[in-house]
Design a protein around this ligand. Structure first.
Ligand code: PLP
Length: 421
């Protein structure tokens, strides 16, 4: 192994970012675990929150929280303004045409289920097909399987190469059946780190009149997304992956489609008029937001997007790329370590196995060294099956990670090797 890394996590500047200042904004990163400085490399599962987000949520609950939309009192008006203000922030972040195209959900999973149930349930019939890729998270597989079971439609899966790159010709071939009602695919794979050519995938689908859904759960904190440039019909993401609170998700949908779709759930706030004979639904976006939403959580997401905008996603991406390259070079020096996912276009995470050592053992030993990674199937069991492994270890990066933390990861992995020799 090269020079022994230090375990003191000394932030440095990278890609023009002041990492010391950025890290100082994350109170949770200041702690030690098992007597070692915390090295948090489980960001693909959930990122941490800066103080600006924690403060926004705390301020909401401490000073102006009330239920939204139906109140005539000041607190309700303030909460409504903050909640709807966050919707505008999401609209701007995605460059959507209108706030009516931004639906708040619980998470990416619920956003996809909403589309499968409402769009799928109203348009998909026996014999129709849904196209996905082989590298999907379970969230972008199971809702379509449920839809297929209900309707008699079929799920078609576009394969990927050993490197983890989608085979575009195969994807295109699947679109050609004349029966495809939707193509739904991940932007950035949580199991491989592959950045899919989503612009091209959308164009190929559109050339055949097929609408598209992009699972942006992983891409959202790493890649600037412009839904109007992409021209996708739906884009789904979760707040907790982009430094916002958990329990909040977003579904972007093109207005004409959302207007044509039936409600996903029924209840308060999604109606205009209810009688026992008939209910008239509210306009977008309320039609898809039945019941009291996660008000403070949505406001927290707005604060998270402000925070990311202030840094700039380009700088974030450049820094994370540098970290990934630095990590990849060092990981490759460890005998028996195999990186899973070596696509040319890749971001933010390294998934790997070490011959003869179970990923859970790797994760457990790393934890004793203060290094938090994820070990498991990453809710992508078909990807594990594709490579014939039960699980992988995964280190995933965020804007606050440093080269010293990569060194700490690599040093801990050498320790794992020593323990198993
Ligand atoms: C690619 C991908 N899609 C969907 C999801 C589901 O996100 P959530 O659990 O927030 O619904 C995840 C979560 O890890 C993911 O990585």
């Amino acid at each position: 192994m090269s020079a022994s890394p230090t375990l003191a996590i000394a932030p440095t500047a990278s890609a023009g970012l002041d990492l010391a200042r950025i890290r100082a904004e994350f109170p949770i990163l200041r702690q030690r675990v098992h007597g070692k400085p915390l090295v948090y490399l489980d960001n693909a599962a959930s990122a941490q929150r800066p103080k600006a987000v924690i403060d926004a949520i705390s301020e909401c609950y401490s000073t102006y929280y009330a239920n939204i939309h139906r109140g005539v009192h000041l607190l309700s008006e303030r909460s409504t303004a903050a909640y709807e203000g966050a919707r505008e922030k999401v609209r701007a972040f995605l460059n959507a045409a209108s706030v009516q195209e931004i639906i708040f959900t619980r998470n990416t999973t619920e956003s996809i289920n909403l589309v499968a149930s409402s769009f799928g349930g109203s348009t998909v019939k026996t014999g129709d097909e849904i196209v996905i890729t082989g590298m999907e998270h379970h969230s972008n597989i199971v809702p379509w399987q449920l839809l297929c079971e209900r309707t008699g439609a079929r799920l078609k899966v576009a394969p990927f190469t050993d490197a983890g790159e989608l085979i575009l010709d195969e994807y295109e071939r699947l679109l050609d059946s004349g029966r495809v009602k939707l193509a739904a695919f991940v932007h950035l794979s949580n199991a491989l780190g592959t950045l899919n050519p989503v612009q091209r995938m959308i164009e190929l689908a559109h050339a055949r009149g097929i609408p598209t859904l992009v699972d942006g759960a992983q891409s959202i904190p790493h890649v600037a997304v412009d839904v109007r440039a992409l021209d996708c019909e739906f884009y789904a993401f979760s707040s907790h992956k982009i430094y916002g609170p958990s329990g909040v998700g977003v579904l972007y949908g093109k207005q004409a489609l959302l207007e044509a779709m039936p409600p996903y759930q029924g209840g308060g706030d999604m109606i205009r008029l209810v009688t026992f004979e008939k209910t008239e639904y509210a306009d977008l976006p309320n039609k898809f937001e039945a019941g009291t939403p996660n008000i403070a959580g949505v406001i927290g997401l707005g604060a998270a997007l402000d925070w990311v905008n202030a840094i700039g996603l380009d700088a974030v991406a450049a820094h994370e790329h540098e970290l990934l390259d630095y990590a990849t070079a060092q990981l490759q020096e460890i005998p028996g370590l195999k990186i899973m996912g070596t696509a040319r276009d890749k971001a933010a995470l390294a998934a790997f196995t070490i011959q003869g050592i179970h990923p859970h053992d790797i994760g457990t030993i790393l934890d004793r060294e203060g290094v938090a990674i994820r070990a498991g199937h990453h809710c992508a069991q078909p990807v594990m099956q594709r490579y014939g492994v039960p699980a992988t270890a995964r280190a995933s990066f965020a804007v606050y990670n440093t080269r010293d933390e990569v060194d700490a990861l690599v040093k801990a992995l050498w320790k794992v090797k020593e323990l198993f020799e």
